[in-house]
Design a protein around this ligand. Structure first.
Ligand code: SAM
Length: 294
């Protein structure tokens, strides 16, 4: 390693103390509590998130507030949703006097985001919705799926995740790294990288490195399909048994059988020996449309 590189990363030594504001509480592994302590990464996330005075910022899992304060300084209004009750009071104390901050105790997966977005946008006269978070890794995929599928009106999602998950999310459909999450992401959004976050950037340090990605929601989905939910069901079924061919994995869907899938594959001009990860988004969309007709 060059001396220049060493000095650049010198501040990223694993910190020995919990971040300020965590109040000495024991971080919960079960809740994915790895607190961000690296100032450079914090600044990159805040800058890359698009938080501005015309934006409603929704922060997922504010934890000890490492991102909450700098985001709130830029946001028109900030709503932070945190599951861990122990963190709510410290967060309220930390943000005391900031009248554009709302701390909600709850599970992001149970939160009615449509209602939240509609009501706050209207109340505060905001134009954009920016979702931001250093996600609890145990539910990264369900959170991203929820944001993509159920929340309307989101403009961008800037989130920290495990690097390997990030590789799948940023992958081109039909390439080696693609997974079930690649397709809905590509259908709804354009992905760009905001920052790398090696494990030393957190307290306690996780066993994996992380990456921050920004998903900009497309005005129109990337491809046309008659029923996007059905297409995503086909993708999930296709990847549920990665080693199986598409013919076998799709035939195991409810109401499907091999003959029907075989006919659809032929009509879509897709070889029946192919596996899900070799399909482009266009091919999945076409196949799903034909399967519904069959
Ligand atoms: N944002 C803080 C930071 O960067 O230091 C904390 C990030 S930590 C990786 C994830 C946070 O999400 C924790 O504070 C955890 O308690 C919270 N969390 C876990 N599951 C959650 C859920 N279902 N809904 C909302 N927050 C959750």
């Amino acid at each position: 390693m060059s001396s220049k590189k060493q000095s650049k990363n010198a501040h990223r030594k694993h910190p020995s103390r919990a971040p300020h504001g965590y109040g000495g509480l024991r971080p919960s592994k079960g809740l994915g509590q790895n607190f961000l302590t690296d100032e450079e990464v914090i600044a990159q996330i805040v800058e890359g998130s698009g938080a501005a005075d015309d934006a409603l910022v929704i922060e997922i899992g504010p934890g000890a507030g490492a991102l909450t304060l700098p985001l709130a300084e830029k946001a028109g209004h900030l709503v932070a949703v945190e599951l861990d009750e122990r963190l709510i009071e410290p967060l309220r104390i930390k943000t005391f006097g900031m009248d554009n901050v709302e701390i909600i105790q709850g599970d992001i997966l149970d939160t009615d985001l449509d209602e939240l977005i509609e009501s706050r946008k209207k109340e505060y006269g905001l134009s954009y919705v920016r979702v931001v978070g250093n996600l609890p890794y145990y539910i990264t995929t369900p959170i991203i799926m929820k944001l993509l599928e159920t929340a309307h009106g989101i403009d961008s999602i800037t989130v920290m995740m495990q690097k390997e998950v990030g590789d799948r999310i940023a992958a081109e459909p039909g390439t080696r790294l693609s997974g079930a999450i690649t397709y809905p992401v590509c259908y709804h959004a354009r992905v760009s990288k905001v920052a790398d976050a090696p494990r030393e950037c957190f307290y306690p340090a996780p066993k994996v490195d992380s990456v921050v990605l920004r998903l900009d929601i497309l005005e129109e989905p990337a491809v046309q399909t008659r029923d996007a939910d059905f297409m995503i069901k086909c993708v999930k079924a296709g990847f549920s048994q990665r080693r199986k061919t598409l013919l076998n994995s799709l035939a195991s869907m409810e109401g499907m059988d091999k003959d029907r899938v075989n006919r659809a594959l032929e009509r879509a001009d897709i070889d029946k020996s192919r596996r899900a990860e070799t399909l482009t988004l266009d091919e999945f969309a076409k196949l799903a449309d034909i399967l519904q007709e069959e």
